[in-house]
Design a protein around this ligand. Structure first.
Ligand SMILES: [Mn+2]
Length: 364
């Protein structure tokens, strides 16, 4: 394995090469069982933006990630792709990368969204101009969802697992829709959500596709969602709490509930098994980095004290992947700060999710 450098065209034990691709891996995507799809979108964030820079920061940080996983001896040979889909843009004079297109419309939409959020936070109603801007932001969100869905559906048709890299949490929508629609007739998709927030609001700050509405939108607008299991949530409003209680398809493992169970002697292993037991055979994993302890993601948009430790999260990811089929995954809300720390944590999490999604939990 160590002498396969030439065959791979890549040295998995060496220093990564900055080539604009995740983990510096040079492989064509058709050789990769998992392809990471960057979606640099953060127009509807309410607190602080910057997550649109997440994919680029994680690509840069991923070069330093060591690719060996002690549970998966073949992990250094594992090939992870980087999506580079292009679309025709007549106005731009030819083909451009979807990544660049989303980055461009994100800048425009974010400017408009800020004006809307400012107006609403002063308790004022939107005037005609701002209502038009709101419509523009919703349309741009719909375009991002559509592109993400199409790209993910393409990889799923090729038998690959797409992993979306946000961006704010709203980017999950298209990926989940593609995963749900890829299932054979009669099968339902389970969603495992790591998050500090429930994300169950029916629109937020006037945006239909708000980051704070992503799980509401998934449950109400995608057909075959069998179950939503939330882990680590610790910041939710009364209505969201009500929704969790009344909607039979939601299981919430709150941060305080987990903390109490651990304090009273339950093992993390048994809690993880309870979490996995709520999910059907086909599972999509949506990982909002703020589900982790904020010391691991200090620059994320809406940090909340508490949360999972890194190894706790990895343990749960490994367990769910070894007992279920992973239909897709995402990592959202990673925002680069003054140093590479947030992106470093995010890149390591991406590597684990990609590995486990493909191989299951592996064995020691
Ligand atoms: Mn979220």
């Amino acid at each position: 394995m160590a002498d396969n450098k030439e065959e791979l065209g890549f040295d998995p034990s060496g220093v990564g090469i900055a080539n604009g691709r995740y983990f510096g891996m040079p492989f064509p995507n058709d050789e990769c069982p998992v392809v990471l799809v960057s979606v640099p979108w953060d127009a509807t964030v309410s607190y602080s933006d910057g997550t649109s820079g997440g994919p680029e920061a994680m690509i840069n940080a991923s070069i330093q990630v060591d690719l060996y996983d002690e549970h998966l001896p073949s992990s250094p040979e594992f090939k992870i792709g980087t999506d580079e889909t292009e679309i025709d843009m007549e106005q731009e004079g030819g083909r451009i990368k979807v990544y660049d297109y989303i980055k461009a419309i994100n800048g425009e939409a974010r400017t408009k969204a800020c004006r809307i959020i400012d107006c609403l936070s002063e308790g004022k109603d939107l005037d005609k101009e701002l209502r038009q801007m709101q419509e523009d932001v919703n349309q741009a969100s719909a375009a991002v969802n559509y592109l993400t869905e199409q790209i993910c559906a393409g990889y799923l048709r090729q038998g690959k697992i797409p992993g979306v890299v946000g961006g704010e949490h709203s980017v999950t929508f298209g990926a989940v829709k593609a995963a749900a629609e890829s299932l054979p007739e009669g099968r339902k998709l389970g969603v495992l959500q790591f998050d500090a927030h429930a994300d169950l609001r029916n629109a937020y700050e006037g945006f239909e596709h708000s980051h704070a509405s992503i799980m509401f939108n998934i449950l109400s607008k995608i057909n075959n969602i069998g179950h939503l299991t939330q882990v680590g949530i610790r910041d939710f409003c009364f209505d969201e709490h009500d929704t969790i209680k009344r909607e039979g398809r939601i299981s919430a493992f709150t941060d305080s509930g987990i903390g109490e169970a651990l304090a009273e002697g339950k093992t993390w292993k048994s809690i993880c098994q309870e979490i996995v037991d709520t999910l059907p055979e086909d599972v999509y994993i949506s990982f909002d980095i703020d589900g982790l302890d904020p010391s691991l993601c200090p620059n994320t948009g809406t940090p909340v004290p508490g949360g999972l430790g890194f190894q706790q999260a990895v343990y749960l990811l490994r367990m769910v992947a070894s007992q279920r089929r992973i239909a897709g995954f995402d990592l959202c809300e990673v925002a680069p700060g003054e140093n590479e720390w947030d992106a470093n944590v995010g890149a390591r999490l991406l590597h684990k999710m990609a590995l486990f999604a493909c191989f299951g939990g592996g064995d020691k």
